[in-house]
Ligand binder design. Sequence first.
Ligand code: ISJ
Length: 374
Amino acid sequence: MEEAFVDRLGWVRDGAALTGSGGWRLAFSGRDRLARMDAVWQRLADRDRGPAPLTAFLAATFDDSSALPSVLRVPRSVRRGETAWEQAVDAGLLAELAAADDGLTVGLAGEEIRGLAAPGESAGRAGHRRLVEAALGAIAGGAADKIVVARDEYVRADDARCARALEALAASYPQTWTFAVDGLFGATPELMIARQGDRFRTRVLAGTAGDAETLLGDPRRVAEHRLAADAVLGELAGLAVLDDERPAAYPLQLPNLWHLATDISGRVADPASSPLRLITALHPTPAVAGVPTKRAVELINEFEPRDRGRYAGPVGWMDADGNGEIGLALRCGQREPGGVRCYAGGGIVAGADPEWEYAETEVKLQPMRRALGV
Ligand SMILES: C=C(O[C@@H]1C=C(C(=O)O)C=C[C@H]1O)C(=O)O
């Protein structure tokens, strides 16, 4: 039988692909989902006796409060370029882990997945304006300095169209990371963590414009970016030794827009930790939540009419040797019954223009719309 699109596992960068099929699906919901997923992953990775380090894919929700689960998928078959291998996890260990965690459900790939549609209304043009105005009001009232607000758009599509869209994204955006995990797919320019042994790098994006001059010449965008980059540098302080304590921001060009970017690299303090350890510390970043982060998340949950699900959450792969690449799920959509729910947002700071912010979400939705043929 043809594999359902929700079961597809893929991570593609510059034509180099890691794919997986079959295997196990571990679905986490509730509090501390990332830390609990990390703890479970450490147990699975410890037991690994396979021909290659046990490799898994993950897609986690933006927030603990999401109605959607955060998913760790351990495929039975894995392929990296020309190398392919089979892997297995101990059924007894899985049963033990599931029994110890009420918020963990263990299943097999190919089983019917229920509850993928997140409840809530979509914010169209008028709705997005209201969202931006609500964020501006909260900022004016001193509740936060920056709040990232997002909207969604449902596009009708079947599995075959989603599969074609995934190929189109990988071909059209080679400088991004194209992913598919548990029906979440897209091409993100933002990398939360790439780890190889004890070395890691991360790319912070915040600040968007149609050209580099506008981006670099606008103190508001530059300040918004600084807030995001500084927060990541602060979180990394106790967890890593950085190559450069104050890396400079630069304008990064994508086919449809420009972002301000800061690349950070270094060595992790604890090489035995998994890539998820850093993600648990870093997520959510001000680039997708706001500043101060905790308050911004509360305001997002209050203002946005729809659950973000895995949009703006960590997505990627990792292996038992501590290697991995985990991006932020942006420029993406979630497979739902009959279609795909696409998402886009932007950071709001004092002085933001609601019409401009709406236009920014239109540009950010473009890659998914084009790939899906609308
Ligand atoms: C929130 C999104 O993008 C994020 C917000 C940005 C901004 O506000 O300028 C830029 C890049 C991303 O960190 C999105 O693509 O939906």
